[in-house]
Design a binder for this molecule. Structure first.
Ligand code: SPV
Ligand code: MG
Length: 299
């Protein structure tokens, strides 16, 4: 039993809202954990960016899986893996569920777009939907494969992104829940949360609703809660912060005579030692030394 799956389910029941932040590797995931978020979003946009390739199904499942499983290994809080379109058809989905579940990931999210997909927020991007039936087949496949009943299959609806409209989004949400989805992620690229709130107000299903307010970032958490949305994902701010900060430091270093001229605030070596538990190593080495003493190997 993976206790992170239980944690995610319990928190969804107990808390008014779950706040999830995006990560792109084990270090950023650890920072998400240390700052008190409920879960980590292993997002395809950020992981693709760390490979300097487009978020357009360029990386394969192996690369996304390695990133998400590194996060799960490093952290105690649940990891939610963005699995794009499921890396193929229903049989590929079976395989991914097996891999991610075994790696201790608590939830996988799949979206109902065609493969190869493009990032949903790309201006003039291609956002074609697969048929409802095809996506239902993927959900059924995921549900059949999962071993732990608390492992979550999050069905991401792209109807509002693609322009298919509210009725299509609601119809698909109902079908996806019926097929076994454990949560519905309703995505939007609008500058305000209106259409997401309309969806949430009209939704008559039972599974939790998840949102990603990247484009409607001024939305308040209390308003999200008042529309009975249960999870908010800040998907890519850590990646963008890292990019901005590294760019500033590099700009200053290339124009400096000395490192002391660099004014951009950077973490100390000690900060990083803490994160990677270097100090723990010394403690562990002492423990081993004590045991060796007891056994008479050291005088
Ligand atoms: C991601 O973070 O990879 C997402 C969210 O899927 S979005 O970039 O809005 O498509
Ligand atoms: Mg993504």
């Amino acid at each position: 039993m993976n206790s992170n799956t239980d944690t995610l389910r319990l928190n969804l029941e107990d808390k008014p809202i779950l706040r999830v932040a995006g990560a792109f590797d084990a270090m950023s995931a650890k920072l998400v954990e240390l700052h008190g978020f409920d879960a980590i979003w292993a997002g395809s946009f950020s992981i693709s960016a760390t490979h300097a390739v487009p978020d357009a199904s360029i990386l394969t499942m192996s690369e996304f899986f390695d990133a998400a499983s590194n996060m799960a290994e490093a952290c105690q809080i649940p990891v939610i893996a963005d699995c794009d379109t499921g890396y193929g058809g229903p049989i590929n989905v079976r395989h991914l569920v097996k891999k991610y579940e075994n790696a201790g990931v608590a939830a996988v999210c799949m979206e109902d777009k065609t493969f190869p997909k493009e990032n949903s927020l790309l201006e003039n991007g291609r956002n074609e939907l697969i048929s409802e039936k095809e996506f239902v087949a993927k959900i059924i496949s995921a549900k059949e494969q999962k071993q732990d009943k608390n492992f979550m299959i999050i069905a991401r609806i792209e109807a509002l992104i693609s322009g298919a409209g509210m009725n299509e989004a609601l119809k698909r949400a109902t079908s996806y829940e019926k097929a076994g989805a454990d949560a519905i992620l309703i995505h939007s690229k609008k500058k305000t949360p209106e259409e997401v709130f309309e969806f949430a107000d009209l939704w008559k299903g039972n599974v939790p609703i998840v949102v990603i307010p990247t484009t409607y970032g001024s939305v308040k958490i209390d308003d999200i809660i008042s529309h009975k949305i249960k999870m908010v994902i800040y998907a890519n701010q850590t990646l963008r912060a890292a990019h901005a900060s590294m760019s500033r430091v590099l700009e200053q270093m290339i124009n400096s005579n000395s490192l002391s001229e660099v004014k951009e605030e950077i973490s100390s070596m000690e900060d990083i030692f803490h994160l990677q538990e270097m100090f723990n190593i010394q403690e562990k080495e002492k423990e081993i030394e004590n045991e060796l003493k007891k056994l008479g190997y050291i005088g």
